[in-house]
Design a protein around this ligand. Structure first.
Ligand code: SF4
Length: 497
């Protein structure tokens, strides 16, 4: 095997690749990555492929690309990583001037091939292909309305419902833009969408802009437009970041250029703060800086808020590393690597032995004995969800000779589930919803445990602190959650909506 192949495969900066031998990763999981390009005369399938490749961390269950060659749509989607789903031959069979791509992690609808995206739907003006990142909270109502209108839904995804809601308006006589806007008014929750049509592509964010979506440009004369969940999806194909799609905005990119529609009167910014803490890649740009810088500041703040005497500090690779560097800078405690990540592990389809299972994390992370032996250590992670991995990690550090293990978390306790496209389990599985910080410390068998304050997390964004969703830390959901949806994940009496 070509080693470069594997090196580039590990673009994912996270420590949460799901593997078949684990029951479930002990991290919130991202919903999806979306990508769109309008570029006549370019190889749009290949550019979309690379865009998805850079966005692989946002979803690893399935991948799909739809291209438009005039009225004709070419579609290929399947279960697996981008590099497993596509090859040169498949990409060469996806000609066209428009490309729409999607990486999926299933938050609604089971993990089946039929649920892979883009969703392609027929209309009176030709086909549309839709890629969705986020989760609607009014799917039951929307499904009922569509079924009552005799729409035959093929999949179990909310994304297909949005596509059909648009198609319905088109078939009733509206043009693409009006049809889409009318459909968006029926959708509640989180949605960043990229939609392809025979004449152009749309990029849309919900009225709160919960999930990110950026616009890039490729070349100059003529300018080609690109849409991606994160700027890392632009960088990889050499596109320049232009700006974000605004909350409640739809951009419509055609031969005539880019037009913008602010389709809601009072959009209210509520970007998912977890995107900044953990989900998005550290080299992606948000609020005019890379997330690496924000995550380093979280570590600095954590050192100020929760100092502790120790010999070394290190992060849980890879997502805890920027905060550990920040903690080291602010505290003066030496930064060292205490854990090495197996960068080549990816997904494994071979079941480990029982003994390996008990060792737990060693498949991915291996403690460095020489660094840890006889040391008082601070380990920094970006979050704790259920606490199962953290407990194994602490044991592994002690087994490797650490004499004291202090854990610091660069976000507040996760006490509530997410309904906007992030899989954070139901509330009763969240360790911080059931236990106090002292009880969690005891459970994890650490010498001390401290989380970053909620204020610290938001103030370090250097933005208006009202501009973020932080519901999984507070239970204050910016978009009301219907009772039937709440019941699926919440221990209701604990929630303030
Ligand atoms: S609830 Fe948490 S994970 Fe979900 S959108 Fe809000 S901040 Fe993000």
């Amino acid at each position: 095997m070509n080693p470069d192949h594997f090196t580039t495969l590990d673009l994912d900066s996270h420590s949460n690749e799901p593997t078949h031998q684990e029951e479930r990763p002990d991290k919130p999981e991202e919903a999806c990555g979306v990508f769109g390009i309008y570029a006549p005369s370019e190889d749009v399938a290949k550019l979309t492929y690379f865009g998805l490749f850079a966005l692989q961390h946002r979803g690893q269950e399935s991948a799909g690309i739809a291209t438009f060659e005039g009225e004709k749509v070419h579609l290929h989607k399947d279960m697996g990583l981008v590099s497993q789903v596509f090859n040169e031959t498949i990409l060469s069979q996806l000609p066209g001037t428009i490309g729409i791509g999607h990486n999926r992690y299933s938050t609604t609808g089971s993990s089946r091939r039929v649920n892979a995206q883009p969703a392609v739907v027929e209309t009176r003006l030709g086909k549309l292909a839709l890629a969705h990142n986020g989760n609607l909270v009014n799917t039951v109502q929307l499904r009922e309305e569509l079924v009552n209108d005799n729409i035959n839904l093929v999949t179990t995804t909310d994304s297909e419902m949005i596509a059909y809601a648009i198609a319905q308006q088109v078939n009733a006589g509206a043009d693409w833009q009006d049809a889409a806007i009318q459909a968006f008014h029926r959708c509640k929750g989180a949605y960043s969408l990229v939609i392809g049509t025979p004449v152009g592509i749309m990029g849309v964010r919900d009225p709160n802009g919960i999930r990110p979506l950026v616009i890039g440009t490729l070349g100059e004369n003529p300018v080609r437009y690109v849409l991606a969940s994160e700027t890392c999806g632009l960088d990889i194909i050499g596109a320049d970041y232009l700006r974000d799609v605004e909350p409640g905005e739809m951009v419509w990119i055609t031969e005539a250029g880019m037009a913008s529609y602010h389709w809601i009167e009072q959009p209210e910014r509520k970007l998912c703060v977890f995107e900044m803490i953990y989900f998005a890649r550290p080299d992606s740009l948000m609020h005019n800086e890379t997330l690496y810088s924000y995550r380093m500041r979280l570590g600095r703040r954590l050192a100020e808020e929760s100092p502790v005497d120790a010999d070394i500090v290190f992060g849980v690779p890879d997502s805890g590393i920027p905060a550990a560097i920040g903690y080291s800078q602010a505290s003066g405690i030496t930064y060292a690597e205490g854990l090495i990540k197996n960068r080549y592990v990816g997904r494994t389809f071979i079941q480990p032995t029982q003994a390996m299972r008990e060792q737990g994390i060693r498949m991915k992370l291996n403690p460095l004995k020489d660094v840890l032996m006889g040391k008082k250590v601070i380990i920094i992670d970006d979050s704790i969800v259920r606490g199962t991995t953290s407990r194994k990690l602490v044991k592994a550090l002690r087994d490797a000779g650490a004499v004291e293990v202090h854990m610091r978390i660069s976000s507040p306790p996760v006490t509530h589930p997410c309904f906007y496209g992030i899989d954070t389990d139901s509330q009763d599985q969240l360790i911080a919803a059931r236990m106090s910080v002292a009880e969690i410390a005891e459970q994890l068998e650490v010498d001390s445990l401290a989380y970053l304050s909620w204020e610290g997390m938001l103030e370090e964004t250097r933005e208006d602190t009202d501009n973020f969703c932080s519901a999984c830390f507070t239970g204050n959901y910016p978009v009301a959650i219907p009772e039937n949806v709440k019941r699926s994940k919440l221990v209701l009496e604990k929630v303030t909506v």
